[in-house]
Design a protein around this ligand. Structure first.
Ligand SMILES: *Cc1c(COP(=O)(O)O)cnc(C)c1O
Length: 340
């Protein structure tokens, strides 16, 4: 569907596999489940940010940038993949991470250091409020920073998931899958915006369902679904302006675009591992030999399991769970994973 005019850095191995989950499906007694393995994107232990970074850094390279600047939590998967991508492309990498300098290095933070990223500790803020000042400082040093937003979620990051949806559609067609729903973890919103927009552009019949991971992404003034919808609208416009999709398709989204979000699974907040994440991680590990992560995919799978137990998805259509990566954070959360 995308015509391929936007520059794209080559960072991952595509397509990522689409695999059946027969033993987990049987254990839950629900629909046939499949998994889209973006934990195997190939860059530095994988994850959904690899897709976004191909477009974000393709654009940064075209602009002649020499340093990547981005932000996240201390255990950010986005920052780990950004640091690896920067190393591969020969860019310097600066990360603004929430929290303070740690006494021990593990999980994603250890990997950031191995990739040679410069880390700026930004205390309470993990969503990149420090980024403009950091970019300004680098410009003052004569550098050309590429400012990548929190989670890589601007229109280019979302565009990567318009492309990803097309990849999935090719695979479901080849496998003869009658698709009822695609379910995934939604946090900074780029994955969600891209998949929701693409499903409509592809005239797909299935539901596109994000599971909300992080309460902080919605606030009193703007509900998270509104922000995802606005990002999808902006993505549609920019793709049309870039000649990647036609203007009619973009305006069809603007008339009908809807965002579906399950909000009931946020437990005790972002990154707090509870009984639902423990069960989902354990069931998937023991029935399929597949690792989910404690912050995103463990929570999203817990939501899907709960919905299946409540009788949702009981028609004869299959469900694809989009594995967005994150397993390096398992080790950071070892104690909470083993308690209870
Ligand atoms: C970033 C991330 C997500 C959420 O994707 P967004 O596009 O930020 O909503 C889900 N899972 C993992 C493992 C992630 O690192």
């Amino acid at each position: 569907m995308l015509s391929g005019k936007l520059p794209r850095a080559s960072l991952g191995f595509w397509p990522t596999p689409l695999v059946p989950l027969p033993r987990l499906s049987a254990a839950l007694g629900g629909p046939r489940l499949w998994m889209k393995r973006d934990d195997h994107t190939g860059l530095a232990l994988g994850g959904n940010k690899t897709r976004k970074l191909e477009w974000l850094l393709g654009d940064a390279q075209r602009q002649g940038c020499d340093v990547l600047v981005t932000a996240g939590a201390a255990q950010s998967n986005h920052c780990r993949q950004s640091a690896a991508a920067a190393a591969q492309l020969g860019l310097e990498c600066h990360l603004a991470l929430g929290g303070q300098a740690p006494t021990s290095w593990n999980g994603n933070l250890l990997l950031d250091a191995l990739f040679g990223a410069t880390i700026h500790w930004s205390g309470q803020d993990r969503t990149g409020r420090a980024l403009p000042a950091l970019a300004e400082m680098l410009r003052g040093q004569g550098r050309r920073p590429a400012l990548i937003p929190y989670g890589g979620s601007n229109w280019l990051g979302a565009a990567a998931f318009v492309h990803a949806h097309q990849e999935l559609m090719t695979q479901t067609r080849q496998a003869g899958i009658n698709l009822g729903a695609v379910v995934f973890a939604s946090s900074s919103g780029g994955t969600h915006a891209g998949l929701a927009l693409a499903a409509q552009l592809d005239e797909a019949e299935h539901a596109v369902i994000g599971v909300a991971i992080d309460k902080a992404m919605g606030d009193a003034e703007s509900h998270f679904t509104d922000r995802v919808g606005a990002l999808a609208t902006q993505t549609a416009r920019r793709l049309a302006e870039a000649g990647e999709i036609d203007h009619d398709a973009a305006s069809r989204w603007e008339r009908r675009g809807r965002i579906t979000l399950w909000e009931g699974y946020q437990g005790a907040g972002y990154g707090v591992v509870g009984p639902q994440e423990r069960e989902a991680i354990s069931l998937t590990a023991r029935h399929e030999g597949i690792l989910l992560d404690p912050v995103y995919t463990g929570r999203a799978m817990a939501g899907l399991i709960d919905q299946i137990r409540a009788g949702a998805h009981s028609d004869d259509r299959d469900v694809v769970f989009w594995h967005t990566g994150g397993a390096p954070a398992l080790f950071h959360h070892a104690d909470r994973l083993m308690s209870g």
